[in-house]
Design a protein. Structure first.
Length: 379
């Protein structure tokens, strides 16, 4: 293996730039970046000292000859880009969601296996320190056999967020694609990776969103919310994807004799009253973690029947990349293991397109929303 892996980036926004920083941190060379808008991609390339920029992905593959491609665009744009990269023989690092449908995600996973390229799927909040701590505690029997998990979050997102990919199913939008993927990844990392059953209900609480020009960086979209949403000159786009969901799942756990029940409850537009949280319940205790993605702190309920706050163990803290920002730090963690694997070095197991395609199929099932039993005849 040559000393420096060459990486080509797809996407010029927050994710694309964050991926580039992560790969550089682990010794890779960023040889190029591709985006939709010539002026924007040129500006980002100059700012990040990336030697090649362009808008033609297939040409960039030929010109840059990358070992790895990193996909930081909305999910609806992934399929063709990833297919071409796999055909070119590149390993692929892809942000969630993998695509906009279960069928296309399965195709990508099968294609990658056929071409024998490595893949990484960045539902990466499973690397949060308190989540890793919970996994460690539960594996040691701190709560007995796990029996139930509760994931509750309310984001209170502004209804005036400009219309874009997050409002459209075909572009990879929706809260299942962009929240549930992380939550399922977190829970399976702690309890066990085998998902037995799932059922769910979704709602489009948004309905419409203002169409505003000039929005490029997803993290800065709030800066473009119109001052007066009642302005008659505003154009509106109709949403077609969920902003709230309730999902129930059953997971098999090597630490439990029975399937573990999981509740995922997320309201994208609803205000929170108490803290968002993740709770792991067991036969002998429980672990409570504040924050929707396990930001912490972590509390343990044990035989003393009190909640005790526990610090992150030194081994977990020392293994965390020294990066500001949860999203960015988790990218660095996953990239580190992915690069080690590609180089043939010892690495920790990470999620691949196998999980990405499974999650997309689960999302399709949940969105069918065909789980109700009509009880009108009982009344």
């Amino acid at each position: 293996m040559k000393s420096k892996l060459k990486v080509l980036i797809s996407g010029t926004g927050f994710a694309g730039q964050g991926h580039a920083d992560a790969f550089r941190a682990y010794g890779a060379e960023i040889v190029g970046i591709v985006g939709r808008t010539p002026g924007v991609v040129s500006e980002v390339a100059k700012k990040m000292n990336i030697p090649y920029s362009g808008t033609n992905w297939q040409q960039a593959l030929k010109d840059c000859q990358p070992d790895i491609v990193s996909i930081g665009t909305p999910g609806g744009a992934h399929y063709e880009t990833i297919t071409q990269a796999i055909d070119f023989g590149c390993h692929v690092f892809c942000d969630k969601p993998l695509t906009d449908s279960g069928d296309s995600a399965v195709e990508l996973n099968e294609h990658a296996k056929l071409k024998k390229v490595k893949t990484a799927f960045a539902s990466s909040f499973r690397y949060m320190p308190h989540i890793l701590h919970a996994r460690q505690l539960i594996a040691k029997g701190a709560i007995g056999e796990p029996v139930e998990v509760e994931c509750i979050s309310h984001f209170n997102l502004e209804r005036g967020i400009p219309f874009g990919w997050s409002h459209r199913k075909e572009d990879g939008g929706g809260r299942l694609n962009n929240n549930f993927t992380h939550m399922m990844s977190i829970v399976t990392s702690v309890i066990g990776e085998k998902i037995l059953k799932i059922i769910g209900e979704v709602r489009d609480d948004m309905g419409k969103a203002p169409i505003v020009k000039g929005v490029h960086n997803f993290k800065k979209r709030r800066n473009f919310i119109p001052e007066d949403l009642n302005d008659p000159s505003i154009e509106w786009g109709e949403t077609n994807v969920e902003w709230s969901y309730t999902v129930l799942a059953q997971l098999e756990s090597p630490m439990a004799s029975k399937p573990v029940s999981v509740l995922f409850k997320h309201g994208g537009l609803n205000p929170r009253f108490n803290e968002d949280h993740i709770v792991f319940y067991g036969t002998k205790g429980a672990i409570y973690i504040k924050g929707h993605y396990g930001m912490g702190p972590l509390y343990l309920w044990d035989e003393h029947e009190t909640w005790q706050e526990l610090p992150v163990p030194k081994d977990i803290a020392d293994d965390q990349p020294k990066i500001e920002g949860d999203t960015e730090r988790n990218w660095h963690y996953l990239v580190r293991e992915f690069v080690k694997d590609i180089k043939g070095e010892p690495f920790s197991a990470y999620q691949t397109f196998k999980e990405g395609s499974l999650y997309q199929q689960l999302i399709d099932l949940i969105r069918e929303n065909d789980n109700w039993t009509d009880v009108m005849h009982l009344q």
